[in-house]
Design a protein around this ligand. Structure first.
Ligand code: INI
Length: 158
């Protein structure tokens, strides 16, 4: 048996969770829009999407874990934007956030998707939030759809 969903033909079944950071909201609003738009275009009803806002990327892992542990979601997407400043703060926030989400992605029973931008500049972040480098929120939604479909197939649900 081969499971390789390259066609992008996902059922979009179930509820989908988003955890989004309010920090750098100019960017993260665009990421959320991209994610919701992509989910809906793949057949997810808007009222099957729950978006929980948290203060910043540092807070994402805790809320993503709580959402994943409810077993209510087919996948949980994490969306944020950590932009490098002049101090080591960036490294602490991005390191905790990425490390926490990576642990969840390996430990949780549902897919936890990493859609947190880490960039040197605001312009780089904007480019990746619906600008010339695409929309990483939309990419996160595609990964969520594919992963929930793959897990459903492995578990024999579809
Ligand atoms: N949070 C972000 O999401 N992005 C950032 O760029 C950022 N910077 O640069 O400071 C940031 N800081 C806030 C942090 O995530 C926490 O919300 C805060 O430290 C409270 O725990």
């Amino acid at each position: 048996m081969t499971i390789n969903n390259t066609s992008g033909d996902y059922a979009g079944d179930g509820r989908f969770g988003i955890v989004a950071a309010r920090f750098n909201r100019l960017v993260t609003d665009r990421l959320v829009e991209g994610a919701v738009d992509t989910l809906v275009r793949h057949g997810v009803e808007p009222d099957e999407i729950d978006c929980v806002w948290v203060p910043g990327a540092f807070e994402i892992p805790l809320v993503a874990r709580k959402m994943a542990e409810t077993s209510r979601y087919s996948a949980v997407m994490t969306l944020g934007a950590v932009i490098r400043g002049a101090t080591p703060h960036f490294d602490y926030v991005s390191g905790h956030c990425a490390g926490g989400i990576a642990r969840l992605a390996g430990e949780c029973d549902v897919p936890v998707i990493f859609g947190v931008l880490t960039t040197d500049t605001v312009d780089q972040a904007i480019e990746r939030a619906g600008g010339k480098a695409g929309n990483k929120g939309s990419d996160a939604a595609l990964a969520a759809l594919e992963m929930s479909s793959v897990l459903g197939k492995i578990q024999g649900q579809s």
